[in-house]
Design a protein around this ligand. Structure first.
Ligand code: XMP
Length: 507
């Protein structure tokens, strides 16, 4: 294990993923919990992340130098992490006038195991104003830039390394090599975190824990719960009951698709058609937060009714994945929207224990696992879809008529995006039925129909996002197809806001 020690940087999950891509298991932990974690399990190395603070300020996040000295494993500090190591080991960090931001050229000035096969001169991604101006005893520079004398540093004896730049982002050309060198040349990693091993181990763990007891799963048809269903089916077969609640708020044909994807699998598949129940509860409601609450609650009620039929189960399986549980080094962020997940279930279902086999995995690893399990591509590669479904993409009150209009329009939109090959680069794309109606003319007649908004974003973490620059010709084609094929829409707009200030969904 490598612990990625979080000091509040923006790229911390990315660092953990870079490490895992090299076949080494890594976890992001708050700097506050470093001591506790190393007592639980000794890591083969530590990576200190960046962060927004200045080490010379009293209140900035720090750790006790003794922890590093006693642990005696290699440490790599990135940006703030490097500055902290410099500060702890007797160097000096100052604010300078030469702030570097963006792509910067860097040169190697000394050989090191860390720089094996790294080009003599390359581009790195910088983002700092503070920097080391003096190094502690035993430290020396490995790389420099025009404005930064200590862009990469080493203390070979103590196995402490620092990079002023962000090796984890793609803009740093040699970043992957540097991580690889740190992990294999310096930490002595074995590289056994592979998808085959993960799958084999997960199945074994579930088998050992569950034996021939009964497992219940709420299957949404999303990537995580689908992969979980596949994994559990391989581990416990018919002892798994997967309950798929079709809220009626899914995309066109989606309910049938989910059902048919799991047809041939070794499990009990239960589909509950609950569209009427949901629409009934949502009647007259237009407040977004209320919609979410109602759907979350109704979901639990439906599940409760269903589980009464099944009776007592031993385990409830949940598709919790790693990003759901990572805590940030600097703590709480504000709740912008209440996300509906199946997290409310444990109270209402009679079960003994919870199993969460995907708890340690990032989304891309869950997808790889799904492919390894031979789950349909359609499910494994699908874009994220919110729990409350189309209810939060229909602005204002939800009616069956509006639901049908949106399903049809969204279907055409997705079809055209796929045909244009843009589904590979766009992270999430969907249509929103605004509550706005406007005047149009069709044939010789006046129309007074809905305005449809198209949304498409590119993002890696869904925390920030850019709108996709879809070519006008493609937008034109989408627009004319929707207008001619979908009754009830006479105007189409494209959403060109980034997140922030907007969010990805409209509600
Ligand atoms: P926002 O709109 O907050 O969305 O920028 C970020 C990502 O989260 C998805 N999303 C949800 N997912 N339950 C979910 O499981 C929800 O209630 C929910 N709301 C938003 C959204 O689709 C985007 O990918």
């Amino acid at each position: 294990t490598i612990y990625v020690v979080d000091f509040g940087g923006q790229y911390n999950q990315l660092i953990a993923r870079r490490v895992r891509e090299q076949g080494v298991y890594s976890e992001v932990i708050s700097y506050k919990r470093l001591e506790e974690k190393i007592n639980e399990k000794k890591p083969i190395g530590l990576i200190f992340t960046g962060g927004p603070n200045s080490v010379y300020e009293e209140s900035s996040p720090k750790i006790d130098k003794k922890i590093i000295e006693n642990l005696k494993v290699p440490v790599l500090g990135l940006c703030y992490g490097m500055q902290l190591l410099t500060y702890l080991f007797g160097g000096k960090v100052e604010k300078t006038n030469h702030k570097e931001f963006g792509k910067v050229e860097i040169k190697n000035i000394k050989d090191s195991k860390l720089l094996e096969n790294v080009k003599k001169s390359s581009i790195v991604w910088m983002s700092h104003q503070d920097m080391a101006t003096k190094l502690g005893e035993g430290f020396y520079a490995l790389q420099e830039t025009e404005n930064c004398k200590y862009a990469a540093i080493e203390n070979e004896e103590k196995k402490i390394y620092g990079l002023q730049y962000h090796a984890e982002v793609n803009h740093t050309e040699e970043g992957k090599k540097i991580f690889k060198n740190f992990l294999y040349n310096i930490c002595g990693a074995k590289g056994d975190w592979t998808i085959e091993n993960i799958l084999e181990e997960s199945i074994k763990k579930v088998k050992d824990k569950v034996g021939d007891k009964k497992v219940l799963l709420a299957l949404s048809g999303g990537v995580d719960s689908s992969v979980l269903a596949g994994l559990l089916s391989k581990a416990v077969g018919k002892n798994l009951t997967a309950v798929f609640v079709d809220t009626g708020l899914m995309r066109k044909n989606e309910g049938d698709e989910v059902e048919s994807a799991f047809k041939g699998w070794d499990l009990n598949f239960v589909r509950v058609n609950a569209k009427n129940r949901f629409l009934e509860k949502l009647k007259g409601v237009s407040d977004p937060e209320k919609k979410r609450k109602i759907i979350g609650e109704e979901f639990i009620r439906v599940f409760e009714d269903e589980s009464k039929k099944i009776g007592k189960v031993d385990f409830l399986a949940q598709g919790t994945i790693y990003p759901d549980i990572i805590e940030s080094g600097l703590g709480d962020s504000a709740v912008i929207k209440s996300h509906h997940n199946v997290g409310g279930l444990p109270d209402v279902v009679d079960f003994e224990d919870l199993i969460e086999p995907l708890r340690e995995l990032f989304k891309d690893e869950v997808r790889k696992l799904g492919r390894e399990l031979k789950i349909e591509d359609y499910l494994v590669n699908r874009q994220p879809f919110p729990g409350p479904g189309l209810a939060i993409r229909i602005i204002g009150e939800i009616t069956e008529e509006k639901l049908n209009i949106l399903q049809e329009a969204d279907f055409v939109y997705r079809d055209e995006i796929r045909k244009a090959g843009l589904d590979k680069t766009i992270s999430q794309y969907f249509a929103v039925l605004t509550n706005n109606r406007s005047v149009g003319v069709m044939g010789d007649f006046r129309t007074y129909d809905y305005t449809l908004a198209l949304r498409a974003v590119e993002t890696t973490d869904f925390m920030t996002a850019d709108f996709s620059k879809i070519p006008y010709e493609i937008l034109e084609k989408i627009s004319s197809r929707i207008i001619s094929e979908v009754k009830g829409i006479n105007r189409i707009v494209y959403d060109i806001t980034t997140k922030p200030p907007a969010t990805i969904e409209w509600e």
